[in-house]
Ligand binder design. Sequence first.
Ligand code: F6P
Length: 545
Amino acid sequence: MTNTLPAWSTLQTHYEQIRDERLRDWFASANDTAPTRAERFTFAGGGLAADLSKNRITDATLKLLAQLARESGVEARRDAMFAGEIVNPTEGRAALHTALRATEPDAPFHAQVLAERAKMASFADAVRSGAWTGYTGKRIRHVVNIGIGGSDLGPKMVVHALKHLATPDITSHFVSNVDGADLWRVIEHIDPEETLAIIVSKTFTTLETMTNARSMRAWFVRNGCPESELAKHFVGVSANPAEVVKFGIAPDNVFEMWDWVGGRYSLWSAVGLSIMIAIGPQQFDELLAGAHDMDRHFRDAPLERNLPVLLGMIGIWYRNFFGSQSYLVAPYSEALHYLPSYLQQLEMESNGKSARLDGHLVDYPTAAVTWGEPGTNGQHAFFQMLHQGPTIVPIDFIAVLTPEHPLGDHHPKLLANCFAQSEALMLGRTEEEARKVAGPDKPELVPHLMFPGNRPTTTLLVDALNARTLGALIALYEHKVLVQAAVWNINPFDQWGVELGKILGKVVEADLTAAPGDVKQHDSSTAALIARARDALKHEGASGS
Ligand code: F6P
């Protein structure tokens, strides 16, 4: 069991020794002699840099965390994943997202991966050049990606992040929610003659995706597209090609992914077709190359200087020793707007578990609540709580050093805010300092002007946001999740926790429209909610007829 490992109890003792130490004191110039904390705790890998110096760590902490990673078998878990072993035992599968970006000819499934990517590239080129046309001969101007979870969040995040590299001829849309408003808000503004739908679903059975796909098909037909011409407007991406063809998508328009690619790790596969159409095959290769840079760093760098290991272990430090409940990702980049929601799935669907690999339940916390919002927006919303609330929330700041737009003085302001926030969170404001700010006339303000400080942050630095650095950034977080899974001794590649709600959802859906005598028994709360909805739906039906 993890917490009986020697490094775990040494870390516990170490935590008790340093938990009251203050970052402010460690950074005070007399204590911070060469090499400085910034020098000692800034690490590079895969083209990215991470400044860990504003974390509540000493050299000894990092040594012990690396030792815990070693004792937890991080290296063995990593090597097994790269080698294609069954690292997802509850589903009997490998997890080979790294093979999707490997360049080594002996990488697992290499020929298969290259063949599917070549098929994607020729299709993407045809759509981008205008050679691929809709049923009236018009070129494609709108691509609608229909998928949910891993079949949506990754492509949506990347297409948004790399908008500055995307073709201006095509607008990308992402529809995921079974709430019809999601699809409606897209299709009411676009012309079916110029629209391509990409239906993405690993299983091709997901309720939301299949409902949206059917409504999309009906929309094409309703708007004049003959059934026989639908092939010009529909492609499918799935690990279940038979089901795609059954849905009515032409076999030539089916792009394959495989069961050894997890949904939330799949943007590197044909699931990324919308990305490739937006930025082109060459830039897609750059995205893969960036991820591969990080894969190599993760595989080769010593644990003590290994970015995914360091990020993962810092997370363990706060979650399991400081008892932090949540952790914030704050990209100071509008381009990375969707990174926090992408990471929510990656971190919480992967590691939000209680059963260990050996079937016993954990007696320690696993995945923290992951949340976030781009800076500077968050500063004007929830940063109050980060600075003065009683709860410590560790933060990953992400700063992009050069902008991807030409707008004059915005960027220095953006970066200044990012760096100043981590400085303020670290320094805080003492009672004495608050007294000076309050002035002699307002002593009652002193408690309100005090900041506890000592709030830990990591700052990730990206020189410029491009396909390569973005690929590395995503892979960094993918591997961080594996590192934490190894320490928690859990399987990050399954997601049984989503099943129960799906099963009960089908029963409730039937109950919403069943004859009164056929509604199933539920607890009084669920029964009352169903009754209210049955009433509302009846009225909606009445007014619609
Ligand atoms: O229900 C959760 C989940 O299975 C995710 O793991 C997955 O990314 C998402 O649903 C979509 O699944 P699919 O790609 O099979 O439609």
